[in-house]
Write a protein that binds this ligand. Structure first.
Ligand code: IPM
Ligand code: MN
Length: 372
């Protein structure tokens, strides 16, 4: 039996080809692992009404970690379910399987390092080195939504909330409600993770991202809780910023920041900006980390228009594999892999289309593997 059991979840779109690239480097590193293929994605939603089938959930319960490629996720409302024939009118809505995995396995940390590898033509500035800690299970992603709004809800809101009077005369299908639920526990544990990381990695500052001046209840709780956690880390500088303002400040001076901690949706947004500053989605990797399981993935989507072309940049996925190695405790292999990635970028001989070159997905992976 191999040392590790890893769930291998290619998904759809370009997912399979980028995971093929990642496997190439993992094999070159001689990681002692069994890779067990799991079904996930749009295809399974269409064929069996479930993009994350129970057999995949069982698989995830039995592994040390998972590497996930990409899946097509579609915004879909009840009226559009005709796309999937039999399920029409059943009230079953497509929910992104990655979001489900995060919630089902309580993968409460979404760790998104955004580092400008020297020499990449896509770096916004050389030397950017940001790490985003995104809360990964609650907030606007909690799935508590109403459209149309049941009358029981609207009646109760009218009793409880003065501002709701502005909506009281609307018909049930003329408005929609999506709940943003943030808990003290959720806010506390992501803040802890961010500060612990800062301490362990010798980072001097953590910035709490929020919009507590407007979204007083939920963001107020997040900010207050994170500030309380910050007091346990007097060795680390803490500041906070509104989500809108920090988008400008990050562009103006990315070197003022180091670790950012945010609730789910703001973390989603701010991590895309940080990713773009270090090369865009071809470089952005994520770890969805819980106490028992962690699922690693490139941050980009399934890029359906490139499917089968072996064209997309596999660096994001290869860096996700590097994060997986770190999580498994294979720090030496992780270090070697990152060094190989950095060296291919620095040399600039092998570049994918996003970097202005013509190398394909596997060619990039082979160039990295040859440096290991
Ligand atoms: C991400 C993605 C997902 C998210 C989508 C695909 C549901 O944008 O991982 O950042 O919103 O979390
Ligand atoms: Mn995103």
């Amino acid at each position: 039996m191999a040392q590790y059991k890893i769930a291998w979840l290619p998904g759809d779109g370009v997912g399979p080809e980028i995971l093929e690239a990642a496997r190439l480097v993992l094999n070159e590193l001689r990681l002692d692992a069994d890779y067990v293929f799991g079904d996930i994605g749009w295809e399974f939603w269409c064929s069996e009404g479930d993009a994350l089938p129970p057999r995949t959930i069982r698989l995830l319960k039995s592994v040390d970690a998972a590497l996930f490629g990409a899946i097509t996720s579609k915004p879909m409302r009840a009226a559009e379910t005709e796309l999937i024939g039999e399920l029409q009118g059943t009230g079953l809505l497509y929910r992104s399987p990655i979001v489900r995995m995060r919630q089902l396995f309580d993968l409460y940390i979404c760790l998104r390092p955004c580092k400008a590898y020297p020499g990449s033509p896509l770096n916004f500035r050389e030397g950017i080195d940001l790490v985003v800690f995104r809360e990964n299970t609650e907030d606007l992603y909690c799935g508590v939504e109403f459209s149309p709004v049941p009358s029981g809800i609207s009646k109760r809101l009218l009793q409880l909330s003065k501002p709701f009077e502005a909506f009281k005369d609307l018909a049930a299908d003329e408005y929609a409600i999506s709940c943003k639920i943030n808990t003290r526990k959720g806010s506390e544990r992501i803040a802890h993770a961010a500060f612990e990381y800062a301490r362990e990695n010798d980072r001097k500052k953590v910035t709490i991202v929020h919009k507590a001046n407007v979204v007083r209840a939920s963001d107020g709780l997040f900010l207050e809780t994170a500030q309380k956690v910050a007091r346990q880390y007097p060795d680390i500088e803490t500041d906070d910023a509104n989500i809108d303002a920090i988008m400008m400040w990050l562009l103006k001076n990315p070197f003022n920041y180091s670790v950012l901690v945010a609730s789910n949706l703001y973390g989603d947004i701010v991590s895309d900006l940080c990713a773009q500053m270090v090369g865009g989605l071809g470089f952005a990797c994520s770890g969805n980390i819980g106490e028992k399981l962690a699922v690693f993935e490139p941050t980009h989507g399934s890029a359906p228009k490139y499917t089968g072309q072996y064209k997309v940049n596999p660096i994001a996925t290869i860096l996700a594999a590097k994060m997986m190695l770190e999580w498994l405790g294979e720090t030496e292999k992780a270090r070697r892999l990152e060094k190989a990635v950095a060296s291919v970028i620095q040399e600039g001989k092998v570049r994918t289309y996003d970097m202005g070159g013509s190398a394909g997905t596997l060619e990039m992976a082979e160039a990295i593997a040859s440096k290991l």
